[in-house]
Design a binder for this molecule. Structure first.
Ligand code: ZN
Length: 164
């Protein structure tokens, strides 16, 4: 552990990372989990469309995820999650949602998909958990602020509108 202290390049940190998943593997597993949650069947063609990648790339990655114990293939080309895949996939979806939501609140926006997709791989579970709590606090604070504002507007209706 001591050898890991100090600065590294991003690649250096990634080399030290003991997790056996690459960012690309995470992207695929996250999408597979998302499609299944939407109640749809996962096939190579579907993944290729949703992730904007070639079917041959999907096939390669599905093989890799299968070898690592995250997926199993079934009849008719159906791609299924193993227990391990389901557990990790659920976390990846949660991680995505937390970060997406946080960025939307932070930037007063509805569309932070690209930034969330880029950053999500680099945050630890502890950070994601705290970010989730922080986002909920921010939502409450903002909710209160806007409720107070509309109450003020209601109690002082005369102040509203342009001056005569
Ligand atoms: Zn994501």
């Amino acid at each position: 552990m001591k050898e890991q202290n100090g600065f590294y390049t991003l690649k250096g940190y990634q080399k030290n990372d003991s997790a056996d998943m690459t960012s690309a593997m995470e992207d695929y597993l996250e999408m597979i989990c998302r499609i299944l949650q939407q109640g749809e069947a996962v096939k190579v063609g579907e993944l290729s469309q949703r992730l904007h990648v070639k079917p041959s790339s999907v096939t390669k990655m599905v093989q890799q995820l299968t070898n690592c114990g995250y997926l199993r293939s079934e009849k008719y080309g159906l791609i299924c999650l193993t227990q391990k895949g389901s557990k990790v996939g659920k976390y990846l979806l949660y991680r995505h949602d937390v970060l997406f939501h946080f960025l939307c609140i932070l930037n007063h926006s509805q569309d932070e998909l690209e930034e969330a997709e880029k950053i999500e791989h680099f945050l630890t579970p502890a950070t994601i958990h705290r970010l989730d709590e922080l986002t909920k606090e921010l939502e409450i604070t903002r909710g209160k602020a806007s409720a107070e504002l509309s109450q003020k507007e209601q109690t002082n209706p005369i102040e509203k509108g342009p001056p005569p």
